[in-house]
Design a protein around this ligand. Structure first.
Ligand code: AMP
Length: 219
């Protein structure tokens, strides 16, 4: 059975960290739509040029563009045996398009990470990204001890959309556009909602347990 996972939650909830860990554990690709868009901005593609101002403002790129990107990515060979979507869907329209894209494939395991807003603002103000490999460092008070990436030595910078005014906008967009996904998914047997404000170790074991139990339910 292919393991098809959606991780959703507000910015700074730890989706990327958990998705990357699960991807390694299960040997399936992590598909981060934020990374895809930032890659396009950096490469200066047409998509990147259109998306840059939207990302900088903390708004959402259109459903049509995002669904097109994800449809194409999920058709690639490495996603046939499972995938983890990190940052998609972000609207109910995207979630229903995803159901259509996945028709005939194994059912989705949906994991929501929830964290209170003030904790997120504080986490994101401390978060840094490697300007070279894109690794995320921080969230924890002592995590950003150096200005260089431990993995590749690249310079650690603040993501432009992690500035407090943009973070507050991203949170408000989250509550308005993405939080309704809880209603969309909560009736499904493979939906799990977890407390993302616990320590990273506790979140990690809760996520693994949630995925294992959801797989047993659907498998
Ligand atoms: P993330 O790295 O997931 O926090 O995404 C960074 C930014 O990329 C978001 O604030 C949005 O502007 C854009 N983005 C990422 N994924 C989506 C999506 N599924 N729908 C619309 N915009 C997205």
């Amino acid at each position: 059975m292919a393991l098809n996972i959606v991780m959703f939650g507000p910015p700074g909830a730890g989706k990327g960290t958990q998705a990357s860990r699960l991807a390694t554990e299960w040997g399936i690709p992590q598909i981060s739509t934020g990374d895809i868009l930032r890659g396009a901005v950096q490469a200066g593609t047409e998509l990147g040029q259109r998306a840059k101002a939207i990302l900088d403002a903390g708004e959402l790129v259109s459903d049509e563009i995002m669904v097109g990107i994800v449809r194409q990515r999920l058709a690639e060979d490495d996603a046939k045996d499972g995938f983890i979507l990190d940052g998609f869907p972000r609207t109910v329209a995207q979630a229903s398009a995803l159901d259509t894209i996945l028709q005939g494939r194994d059912s989705l395991v949906v994991v929501e990470l929830s964290v209170p807003d003030e904790e997120l603002v504080s986490r994101l103000s401390r978060r840094r990204m490697c300007s070279s490999c894109g690794a995320i460092v921080g969230g924890q008070p002592t995590a950003v001890a150096s200005s260089r990436c431990a993995a590749c030595g690249g310079e650690l910078v603040q993501r432009s959309d992690d500035q407090e005014n943009v973070v507050r906008e991203r949170l408000s967009v989250y509550h308005e556009r993405t939080a309704p996904l809880v209603d969309f998914y909560s009736g499904r047997v493979s939906f799990r909602s977890l407390d993302g404000s616990q320590t990273p170790e506790l979140v990690e074991s809760a996520v693994s347990e949630a995925v294992d139990s959801a797989v047993r339910t659907t498998g």
